[in-house]
Design a protein around this ligand. Structure first.
Ligand code: ZN
Ligand code: ZN
Ligand code: ZN
Length: 453
């Protein structure tokens, strides 16, 4: 295939940012800018049986691979289509049994290597940027990240050397893992539950802004990029790489730590939302000293990190009662909930309930409640979160849509019809822009609303 580019956009050199994507025509809010099939992808282990390993369709009654009984498919076509990748794991999973445990990054890298061997030409995922052009930022890795790369490489050799013969040398693998860590994507469903990991080279071409003008959503393993602000000819197209809930300093730390650049976007310069995001509790006595506030932010970041480790890097937030994400957590859910409550109590002495660090802990607590099927608990957290969320996040945000969706579904489950329908309609309004009016997730929400009429 020859390089045909992406209509309406062009690759260009962005001042101070290196290469980027620029619009050459106008895109209205909600309009599809471009779509990009995954170059390689992998379904997360926890979603097996709920989603097809090949097309990521979510449905009941998928058929399992007769040999390993661990991969699930819509039909024979999906099974056949997936075999070139599944064969990397099918017999190895049988052989290793319980001891088969490569990280999701390792699983993805094995698939990338196989795909690279099978293709000699530019793929439809690389119309503007080749995977081999990805930055790896190897010179900026700290020792913790280097160690993680090395243990991933060891796992690749351990679990895949029989299937991927002649693995590249160590230096080439370090480079590839670096590239995947900086340019990989996680695929999430409409409630932001983690479904898998993938590489979408053309999507990775977009630079970051904390006030992005596009949003990436997924249709199976296809990434779709839609405008969430008006984009004019000549405008750079910006995606967000991070959760935009947090205040400027915190966002910039996260961006430096994971993507190695100093964000200079309009939001980072104006800090227009920081005051609301860091709202303090109103008291009759004198307001807290700046040092007290700094100490509390430091404490909050510590708790967030502790919590992340306790969950074992798993995404625990899902309203699906069958979600098994907690099963791998070394800390029991009741203890996680206690951690959330204690930290909220402590932070609550200085921070208002709308402060983003309070909201962070409430969101975690809501996730634990959902996991423990404490629907009333989850609902009352959701009710506290959703309003401030819509103030802190940009106008069209997947975080806000998914919160309305979770809350709406909880209301309906608890037979609170009016509130349920109202919340689902809020979600629908955002999703029609972010996902597009014809997305199957939007159709599902519409059906859930119609059932109440
Ligand atoms: Zn399928
Ligand atoms: Zn199998
Ligand atoms: Zn920024």
């Amino acid at each position: 295939m020859k390089n045909e580019g992406i209509e309406g956009t062009e690759r260009f050199l962005s001042p101070d940012k290196g290469r980027g994507l620029r619009a050459v025509r106008h895109f209205a809010v909600g309009e599809l800018v471009f779509a990009c099939p995954a170059f390689s992808y992998v379904l997360t282990v926890n979603e097996r049986a709920a989603h097809c390993d090949h097309c990521f369709a979510r449905k009941e009654g998928l058929s399992k691979c007769g040999k390993c009984k661990q991969a699930f498919y819509c039909d024979v076509d999906c099974q056949k289509g997936d075999w070139p990748m599944h064969k990397l794991e099918c017999s190895a999973m049988c052989a290793y049994g319980e001891n088969w445990c490569p990280s999701e990054t390792v699983r993805l890298v094995a698939r990338i290597l196989m795909k690279q061997r099978a293709t000699t030409e530019r793929t439809p995922s690389e119309r503007l940027l080749l995977l081999t052009e990805f930055e790896s930022h190897l010179d900026k890795l700290d020792s913790e990240k280097e160690e993680m790369n090395q243990s991933d490489i060891a796992a690749l050799h351990h679990f895949y050397s029989k299937q991927v013969i002649d693995l590249p040398d160590n230096q080439a693998l370090i480079e590839l893992f670096g590239q995947v860590n900086c340019n990989g994507f996680t695929i999430e469903d409409e409630e932001l539950s983690h479904l898998g990991s993938a590489v979408f080279p053309d999507v990775a071409l977009m630079n970051h802004s904390c006030s992005p003008n596009v949003i990436v959503t997924y249709k199976g393993t296809l990434a779709e990029v839609r405008a969430v602000q008006d984009i004019n000819p000549g405008d750079e197209v910006f995606n967000s790489y991070i959760d935009l809930l947090y205040p400027t300093e915190d966002r910039r730390e996260r961006l430096i730590d994971s993507y190695f650049f100093n964000c200079q976007c309009d939001e980072c310069m104006s800090k227009s939302k920081d005051k609301a995001k860091m709202e303090l509790r109103k008291k009759k006595t004198s307001p807290p000293e700046p040092e007290e506030i700094r100490a509390m932010v430091h404490y909050a970041k510590g708790v967030i990190e502790e919590f992340r480790r306790a969950k074992h890097y798993k995404n625990i937030l899902s309203t699906t009662p069958t979600s098994s994400a907690f099963l791998d957590s070394p800390v029991p859910p009741s203890e996680l909930l206690e951690m959330c409550e204690l930290s909220q109590e402590k932070m609550g002495s200085i921070f208002a309930d709308t402060n983003v660090y309070m909201l962070h802990m409430m969101y975690q607590a809501m996730g634990v409640c959902l996991y423990m099927q404490d629907w009333d608990g989850a609902m009352s957290y959701g009710e506290k979160i959703v309003q401030p969320y819509s103030v802190h996040y940009p106008a069209f945000s997947l975080n806000v849509a998914s919160m309305y969706l979770k809350l709406g579904r909880l209301y309906l489950g608890l037979e609170r019809k009016t509130q349920g329908v109202r919340a689902l309609k809020k979600a629908q309004g955002i999703m029609e822009v972010a996902h597009g009016k014809d997305h199957h997730y939007v159709a599902e929400v519409k059906r859930e609303i119609a059932e109440q009429m």
